[in-house]
Design a protein around this ligand. Sequence first.
Ligand SMILES: *[C@@H]1O[C@H](CO)[C@@H](O)[C@H](O)[C@H]1NC(C)=O
Ligand SMILES: *[C@@H]1O[C@H](CO)[C@@H](O)[C@H](O)[C@H]1NC(C)=O
Ligand SMILES: *[C@@H]1O[C@H](CO)[C@@H](O)[C@H](O)[C@H]1NC(C)=O
Ligand SMILES: *[C@@H]1O[C@H](CO)[C@@H](O)[C@H](O)[C@H]1NC(C)=O
Ligand SMILES: *[C@@H]1O[C@H](CO)[C@@H](O)[C@H](O)[C@H]1NC(C)=O
Ligand SMILES: [Cu+2]
Length: 179
Amino acid sequence: MTGFGISDRSMILIVAIASVLVTVSVADRDWDNGGDGDGGFNYTTHWSRVPGNDTCNNNEPNKIIGGGSDHWRYGFNYSVWASQNTPFYINDVLVFKYDPPSQTPFQHSVYLLPNMCSYITCNLSRAKLIANTTQGDGEGFKFVLKSWRPYYFVCGERGNLHCKDGGMKFFVMPMLRHG
Ligand SMILES: *[C@@H]1O[C@H](CO)[C@@H](O)[C@H](O)[C@H]1NC(C)=O
Ligand SMILES: *[C@@H]1O[C@H](CO)[C@@H](O)[C@H](O)[C@H]1NC(C)=O
Ligand SMILES: *[C@@H]1O[C@H](CO)[C@@H](O)[C@H](O)[C@H]1NC(C)=O
Ligand SMILES: *[C@@H]1O[C@H](CO)[C@@H](O)[C@H](O)[C@H]1NC(C)=O
Ligand SMILES: *[C@@H]1O[C@H](CO)[C@@H](O)[C@H](O)[C@H]1NC(C)=O
Ligand SMILES: [Cu+2]
């Protein structure tokens, strides 16, 4: 009866492994039981929660119109709009649409601010013009989110009035797109 000790030990090992397996499958069932009766993952429910192609199923850059159908105008809350339209991805294209001075007395423009502090206070002293009052015409002004950095967009018209009181400010932090 050589090896009795060994098979005894194997027995203990098997029991140990078995109890681990039982624990795992019990834990699995707890985690899986979404209350849908089958004790499993309900792909219908979970799949339908996945947002549109913009977020998950598509590696192409998106073209996003700033403000959606409101375009780029005074009195629309763009920071709310931006938070509702995240995530933005690197190489996505933001489009700013607004009428040129020849068509409206209400002029707009697009500036980039250097940091969060200037963005919060609408301090335009170091703002960089990216689209003047005529460049939002027609198809609009297109800006590619090229880098992994925050972009602080504001309108620079009427001093900082459009930024401060008109809601014409938002920032985006584009994410890396995973294939
Ligand atoms: C999953 O959820 C959907 C929607 O709530 C429901 O219609 C469907 O019967 C569920 N599937 C299973 C297998 O429970
Ligand atoms: C997702 O992409 C497919 C194929 O590219 C397209 O047919 C479908 O309409 C898109 N769905 C949405 C919500 O954009
Ligand atoms: C705006 O920022 C500049 C430097 O970026 C600063 O010198 C100036 O005091 C700021 N203005 C206000 C009103 O805070
Ligand atoms: C705006 O920029 C465009 C393109 O650089 C230029 O042709 C146009 O003259 C500018 N308009 C004004 C009002 O500065
Ligand atoms: C935009 O909406 C947010 C959240 O409701 C609010 O805190 C902010 O003051 C609004 N901005 C403007 C310019 O109305
Ligand atoms: Cu403006």
